[in-house]
Design a protein. Structure first.
Length: 333
């Protein structure tokens, strides 16, 4: 299923309301009961299922597991950690901010894609000019319309496939493939990896505060990061920690973490202020990721627009070259 901006916005609203009501001392069951009638079709159904499981006596972690894929795995991992640590309101606030930022980026990108999409539509309807000439001469409107609809359907299919591939929550092999390709793409690769590091720092902080052992927390945080590369590095680091290495030594040996991440974590480890170091790393890499995705939201529509202009110009030149070539042939030039 393709994730739409409206779904992300409803998640952000739910987490915002959850944080506010929990901070006010309202029990979790009453909060879920209040929100279960709203939230759109997908989220509303998941909240009703969540409410049913909570009524049966399940913990939040158990109830979330029964809701399917309505809640991202990242959210489930953090909510479980928040439940264990008694800081569910704090985790909900973090998730509300995280999804609100995602919604703003998605909305901005779609708004900027509007004009290029209109240009593509006009270009498909107008070019190649020979189709319009054939329509005027032959009068076969049905064939003309069907050919244009087929072209638009192909373009829409390509767009939907690409969008599906880039959605979070895909299989590990597919995410590994996308991550491998993204590493070679300027801006996008760095923005993706910064976001994964921010998610890892956020999840690790929540898990450690929940009382999870540092060895287990690192692997769980790697899973929550959404990055196959980081997950492999965290599993490798866990084996090193089990053999006696400190976490900072273990993650440094994987070569998967940037120098600033390792050094900041090591300083927190030595000073006993891991929570402050992780909070800084989360904010720093969130800002790096946000900056990268904002850059992409500006430049991708512009590049698409330039490509469209080049294609249109090529069609125009080709049309007039063919026209004058026919004229010259008629006059023997």
């Amino acid at each position: 299923m393709i994730e739409m901006p409206g779904q992300v916005a409803r998640l952000a609203q739910f987490y915002h309301g959850l944080a506010n009501m929990l901070e006010a001392g309202i029990p979790l069951l009453q909060v879920v009961e209040k929100f279960r009638q709203g939230g759109g079709w997908r989220l509303g159904r998941a909240l009703r299922r969540l409410h049913e499981r909570l009524l049966l006596g399940d913990t939040l972690t158990e109830a979330l597991a029964a809701t399917g894929r309505a809640f991202p795995s990242f959210d489930k991992a953090l909510l479980a950690a928040g439940e264990q640590s008694g800081r569910l309101d704090h985790v909900a606030r973090l998730l509300a901010d995280y999804h609100r930022e995602r919604y703003e980026l998605m909305r901005s990108a779609l708004q900027r894609m509007g004009y290029p999409a209109l240009v593509v539509f006009v270009a498909v309807m107008v070019f190649p000019p020979g189709a319009i000439v054939a329509l005027i001469r032959g009068g076969d409107v049905t064939a003309f319309v069907m050919s244009k609809l087929l072209t638009l359907a192909k373009l829409a299919a390509v767009f939907l496939v690409l969008t599906w591939f880039l959605q979070p929550g895909r299989g590990l092999w597919l995410r590994s493939l996308i991550e491998g390709v993204a590493r070679w793409v300027p801006v996008w690769g760095k923005a993706r990896y910064s976001r994964a590091l921010a998610r890892l720092a956020l999840a690790l902080d929540a898990l450690l505060n929940a009382g999870v052992s540092v060895v287990q927390a690192w692997e769980m945080a790697g899973e929550a990061s959404g990055s196959p590369r980081l997950l492999r590095a965290c599993r490798k680091a866990r084996r090193a920690m089990e053999e006696g290495a400190t976490p900072s030594e273990a993650i440094a040996a994987t070569k998967a973490f940037p120098w600033d991440f390792v050094s900041m974590y090591a300083s927190g480890e030595q000073s006993g202020r891991i929570d402050q170091s992780l909070a800084y790393l989360r904010r720093h890499h969130e800002e790096e990721s946000r900056r990268g995705y904002r850059t992409l939201a500006v430049w991708i529509p512009l590049l698409l627009y330039l490509v469209i202009l080049v294609v249109i110009a090529w069609h125009i030149v080709s049309f007039w070259l063919g026209y004058y070539q026919n004229v010259f042939q008629q006059y023997g030039i």
